[in-house]
Design a protein around this ligand. Structure first.
Ligand code: GLN
Length: 248
């Protein structure tokens, strides 16, 4: 049985990102594996032994509540320390960083990603496409971004992708403040998302795993403790069609 944690869907569930957990469950079931979604709501303890964790996007006030709960609870941090895969979207990415700006103040993040989020000069809304940087992925990544966050990666985090369309983690204005660091300014300018240890985070809504089956299977393989190459491919023309249409 593969247990898929859907973490705080009541506060990080505004943008349809709950779909990522559904996609993981469905891709597991289509391969004959048993899978279940464990919904963990605000105030509930986060189990630290699930096979994979999904966090979605949310509004500023809601994401502050999410960060406070996850820090106080500690279950997600224990899961990350044990190398359990965690997939976080937009506000989820910001919340897992060191700090983020929301509702006019700087808020402590959970600290699973070496990243800080300030504010963009202008809201990023629209299609975002990137070339994967994370080893193991080869297909272009496609999603829809809608955020005010300007996320700067520190030396312990790497981008998930390199942007070919859209904004991604930050714009140039917010980058002006960056000095040093192992991710160069030119890489930061193109960076989409963040990868650190077992955490993969991105600004891509869509839901991201419906649009990016290779990424879905990478997470599923990690949840199962097997190599991505060992998962039998799924023939889903409707997904190919969606990708072709979105990438056009
Ligand atoms: N509230 C955050 C922002 O605007 C995150 C939004 C989101 O999750 N889409 O940057």
């Amino acid at each position: 049985m593969i247990s898929i944690g859907l973490i705080l869907p009541d506060v990080l569930g505004t943008y349809g990102d709950d779909g990522n957990a559904l996609v993981l469950r469905q891709r597991a079931r289509m391969r004959g594996l048993e899978a279940e979604i464990v919904r963990v709501k605000l105030g509930d303890p986060v189990p630290s032994t699930l096979d994979v964790y999904c966090l979605g996007g949310g509004e500023d006030t809601a994401q502050i509540l999410a960060a406070e709960h996850l820090i106080a609870d500690g279950g997600l941090t224990r899961a990350a320390s044990a190398g359990r895969p965690i997939f976080a979207i937009c506000a989820g990415l910001q919340v897992l960083g060191e700090s983020f700006r929301a509702s006019g103040r700087v808020v402590d993040g959970v600290g699973l990603i070496d990243a800080t989020t300030a504010s963009l000069s202008k809201r990023a809304i629209g299609e975002v496409v990137s070339t994967p940087v994370l080893p193991g992925l080869s297909a272009p990544l496609t999603g829809f971004e809608n955020h005010m966050g300007a996320t700067i990666l520190g030396p312990d985090a790497s981008p998930l992708g390199s942007v070919t369309r859209g904004v991604g983690n930050t714009d140039l204005a917010a980058l002006g403040a960056v000095e040093g660091g192992s991710v160069s300014v030119s890489e930061q300018k193109l960076a989409e998302g963040a990868v650190q240890g077992s955490v993969i985070a991105t600004y891509m809504h869509g839901p991201a795993l419906a649009r990016n089956p290779e990424l879905a299977d990478l997470l599923l393989a990690r949840a199962m403790g097997v190599e991505l190459a060992s998962l039998a491919p799924l023939d889903l023309p409707v997904v190919d069609k969606l990708r072709a249409e979105r990438l056009r």
